[in-house]
Structure formats: structure tokens, C-alpha cells
Design a protein around this ligand. Structure first.
Ligand code: NDP
Length: 264
């Protein structure tokens, strides 16, 4: 299926690793130009250089901490200077948390609010004028199954991802008249380096291997009985960002191997 993404300009926050990197590579494979934002400039630059070489598209790694407005402004300026305009924005940067509501500080709540919610608000506000000039666009947020089905050990993650889903819905209603589609994707278990790191630590305590630990998590939670690969998830990002998904507006799509325990 030709997704007609050739020559589109795609900005992906948190595009230097895990899901974001797989999405960046998939869009590049489809012929799109790529801007990757991440705090670590070195990794963003080396991944964008690999993408450029492998897929023969334009790609640029840009240093940005999306929890900070001034950093977002600078990165957006650099992105627009590089591309001349943005067609697809993917708000993907994020990470898990670990706390209880009773013990977590205001600062921690604020950090995750900035990372998961304000970042998407701010990047959208800055990218939309360019999309309007180009006659339309697509904005995709990466939320999580935890926006609908909370994990007990990360209330801040659950709450901020749920807020991101509602923001996305509100933005979709506001922007569709400009031919800008806004959608959310909520992955379940996706095997990224962070999971291997966690598994390495926790499996040791249980006297099992990291692989056994991860298999156990998948077995307990996902009816499909395994993690997704980032590349598997990226296929859906490419479809939903393409014109083939032209009637998909404002929804939050689960891609979770059946983990969500309710119909929705
Ligand atoms: P990774 O840790 O593999 O990648 C995270 C990416 O985000 C990196 O590129 C990282 O680069 C960047 N990043 C982190 N913090 C910031 C920041 N403050 N500013 C800019 N960039 C930042 O994560 P995943 O691929 O696992 O997760 C990606 C998204 O998917 C997240 O939003 C996560 O919540 C969500 N998700 C993941 C699931 C999973 O099972 N893996 C399941 C459901 C949702 P750097 O550190 O250099 O800044």
C-alpha cells in the first residue's frame, strides 16, 4: 500500500530511541524527511545521520528538552529553518514514573505535566501555523494504555497520559476545520531499552534472567503473550499519519495485544 508520505516533513519528539526511533525510520522508509528531537544531541545526530544515509531522505537531529518552553522554541526554529515547514508532528517524548500519590512532590507532578502535556500543547501551538500554510497536517500523540487502565505504581504517569488524551481530543475538534487531523496512539507493552534496563534490575532480585522477567510480564498482562517490537508499532503510526486514515479524527487508538480489559 502506498501511503503517499514521500517528501512529507515529519517532526518526532523523543525520536532518538525506542518507539520514536522506529517511527522515524518507518516514515523515512516511506520517503519522508525527518527531524528528531531529544535531549541527548549526540544520539539524535547519529540516528538522523544513519536515517539520511540508509533511506536517502533529509534528516536532522535537534537537541531539545521538551519540558522547557525556551528549548522547544529554539528547536522549532531550527526545524522550520531546516525543513521550511512541517506536515506531521509526533509528540512522543515521555517516560514512566514510580511513586505513590501520598509521597510524590509537587515538583514531580509538575515535571511530568510539562513532559507529557505542556510539551504537546507547546509544540502544537508552534507547528500549526506552518501546517495551515501548507494546507493541512497531522498531529499524533503517544499516550499509553495507562491513560485508560492505570498501573498502581505510577499514578503520575497514568494521570498525565490521560490528560494528554483529552488535550488531543480538544485539539482535534479545534483543528479539523483547518484540515489538520489530531489523533492519539496508546501502546501497551513495547520492548524498548528501558524495559531491558528495568528487567535487568528486577530479575536479579528474583533470581531469574531478564528475558524470563519480561516473558512473565507479557504473560501476566497481554493476551497475545508477548511484547510488541517498536517496529510493529511504527507501522500503525505510518498508516495513521497518512492520507489513508483521512477519516480518523480525535480518537485514541489502543495497540496493546489485548491488554486493555474493557471494550472502548
Ligand atoms: P525510550 O526511553 O526508548 O525513548 C524515549 C525518547 O524520548 C528518547 O529519544 C529520549 O531521548 C526522549 N526524551 C525523554 N525525555 C525527553 C525530554 N524531556 N525532552 C526531549 N526528549 C526526551 O522510550 P519509549 O520508546 O519506550 O517511549 C516513547 C513513548 O511511548 C513515551 O511517551 C512512553 O510513555 C510511551 N509508551 C511506551 C511504552 C513502552 O512499553 N515502551 C508503552 C506505552 C507508552 P533523550 O533521553 O536523549 O532525551
Amino acid at each position: 500500500m502506498d501511503l503517499h508520505l514521500q517528501g512529507k516533513n515529519v517532526l518526532i519528539t523523543g525520536g532518538s530511541s525506542g518507539i520514536g526511533l522506529a517511527v522515524a525510520r518507518k516514515y523515512a522508509q516511506e520517503g519522508a524527511n525527518i527531524a528528531i528531537w531529544a535531549r541527548g544531541a549526540e544520539r539524535a545526530l547519529s540516528e538522523s545521520a544513519s536515517i539520511e544515509k540508509e533511506f536517502n531522505v533529509q534528516a536532522k537531529g535537534i537537541s531539545c528538552d521538551v519540558t522547557k518552553m525556551d528549548s522547544i522554541e529554539q528547536a522549532m526554529e531550527a526545524t522550520l529553518a531546516f525543513f521550511g515547514g512541517i506536515d506531521i508532528l509526533i509528540n512522543n517524548a515521555g517516560t514512566g514514573s514510580e511513586e505513590t500519590v501520598m509521597e510524590a512532590s509537587d515538583e514531580k507532578w509538575q515535571y511530568y505535566w510539562d513532559l507529557h502535556v505542556m510539551a504537546a500543547i507547546r509544540t502544537s501551538r508552534l507547528a500549526v501555523p506552518s501546517m495551515k500554510k501548507r494546507g493541512g497536517g497531522v498531529i499524533i500523540q503517544t499516550a499509553s494504555i495507562c491513560a485508560k487502565q492505570p498501573l498502581w505504581y505510577e499514578p503520575i504517569y497514568n494521570t498525565t497520559k490521560a490528560a494528554l488524551v483529552m488535550f488531543s481530543k480538544c485539539l482535534a475538534n479545534e483543528l479539523i476545520k483547518e484540515n489538520i487531523r489530531v489523533v492519539t496512539i496508546s501502546p501497551g507493552l513495547v520492548l524498548t531499552s528501558d524495559w531491558w534496563k528495568t528487567a535487568g534490575i528486577l530479575s536479579e532480585k528474583e533470581g531469574i534472567t531478564a528475558k524470563e522477567y519480561l516473558d512473565g510480564i507479557a504473560h501476566k498482562n497481554a493476551p497475545i503473550d508477548r511484547f510488541a517490537s517498536p517496529e510493529e508499532i511504527a507501522e500503525f503510526y505510518a498508516f495513521i499519519g497518512s492520507g489513508k486514515a483521512s477519516y480518523c479524527v480525535g480518537s485514541n487508538y489502543s495497540i496493546d495485544g489485548g491488554w486493555l480489559a474493557v471494550i472502548d
